[in-house]
Design a binder for this molecule. Sequence first.
Ligand SMILES: [Mg+2]
Length: 152
Amino acid sequence: MRVLVIDDEEGIRAVFRDFLEALGYEADVAAGGEEGLALFDRHRHGLVLTDLLMPGMSGLEVARAIRARCPETPIVVISGSADALDRERIEASGFTFLAKPVGFPEFMNAVTVDRRGKRCAGSFTRGGQGPPRTPPADGPLSPDGAGFMRDA
Ligand SMILES: [Mg+2]
């Protein structure tokens, strides 16, 4: 699996890349949200790890932008300075929260729990086909029971 790491600190990016490679994953790293989203649009990673506090886009903004593209992609938001409210907001949004400093065991646990997510195959960058089409009908994207009440 290919994993995306977004963090404005070079040292953190290097450590997380080492962790991921030790776990057998391929890692792409980005220093900020815009760069990270560009990489995500190219590779549709199976898991995204993003720092919370960065210049430019925050980790939460990055996480929402990725979810808007690929609702099933698991996202871990990491911070060394999040207070309880930040953490609550991150978790209430359905993202995994991980506190810095992140040791290998916690890292491995977060990555392992979250690798159940499905890789998002959708791409908006296919050439020569005009505007994006509706998502493929074979994906498990629609919530179970949608439209059920209407038929009752
Ligand atoms: Mg930071």
